[in-house]
Design a protein around this ligand. Structure first.
Ligand SMILES: Nc1ncnc2c1ncn2[C@@H]1O[C@H](COP(=O)(O)OP(=O)(O)OP(=O)(O)O)[C@@H](O)[C@H]1O
Ligand SMILES: [Mg+2]
Length: 224
């Protein structure tokens, strides 16, 4: 509920700005008699509407409570490899090494696109934090009845004061084109939905480790 409250105020804040810009442009069209400017204003309105639609698209599906139907066995190693492939596409530099040490861990029960989304966001954050060079280490192991995935980067690190805010919707330290601050909010929602855990440890200038666990359901165990 606390997360939802933060989300609501975050969305309010994030949607109000384009809304006022749309209002301003529409008023300018109404009051103006310069046809050429009218097209410019309409173009602005389209841009702002797309921005708002993008925000809503990102959020839909992740703030709903767990839908217990249609869960399937998901192999985290596959989800990690897929996420790495996707995240690599955004990579500008060859001086980034991605090192995967994946044990043969059992499946978890989830929706595969959810799990892939979790790893994609955390991996992409790690890559973004490293900029042009560094090493990203991804490790998966079984620990008792859970699968543990550790994602370690040698990037900028997270300031101690920011560590408690990284899950807040729209909290970002990146420029407007680099991040919207939605990633870890979505990640946390998904992790909670599957009774997972997520923890960050970070040192400014050294790097960040993110540890994520999900419960393993044995073949004869109950689905979540
Ligand atoms: N591995 C990391 N290294 C350094 N900072 C990080 C790392 N992961 C998260 N952060 C910090 O947490 C903030 C929030 O992360 P989050 O993924 O939610 O949003 P974002 O990456 O800024 O934008 P989006 O994911 O929506 O594109 C980031 O802006 C950054 O300051
Ligand atoms: Mg992110």
């Amino acid at each position: 509920m606390a997360a939802l409250g933060t989300l609501a105020s975050g969305i309010g804040h994030e949607i109000n700005n384009p809304l006022y810009a749309i209002l301003g442009a529409a008023e300018a069209i109404r009051d103006g008699n310069d046809l050429a400017r009218g097209q410019e204003h309409a173009q602005d309105i389209i841009g702002y509407c797309k921005h708002v639609a993008g925000i809503i698209k990102n959020l839909t599906g992740y703030i709903r409570p767990a839908d217990k139907h249609g869960l399937e066995p998901v192999y985290v190693n596959t989800a990690i490899s897929d996420a790495v492939l996707m995240a690599r596409l955004t990579l500008l530099s060859d001086a980034i090494e991605i090192d995967q040490r994946l044990d043969a861990v059992p499946a978890i029960f989830a929706k595969s696109e959810d799990i892939q989304q979790v790893f994609f966001n955390v991996i992409r954050n790690g890559l973004q934090a490293m900029g042009r060079e560094g090493t990203l280490e991804i490790e998966s192991v079984r620990e008792a009845n859970r699968v543990l995935v550790r994602i370690r980067d040698t990037g900028s690190g997270i300031a101690p004061g920011d560590l408690t805010r990284i899950y807040d919707p729209f909290f970002t330290t990146k420029g407007p084109d680099e991040g919207e601050g939605i990633g870890l909010f979505v990640v946390q929602q998904i992790v909670n939905k599957y009774d997972g855990t997520i923890e960050f440890e970070s040192e400014v200038g050294k790097g960040t480790v993110c540890a994520i666990t999900f419960p393993i359901r044995e073949p004869n165990g109950e689905e979540p």
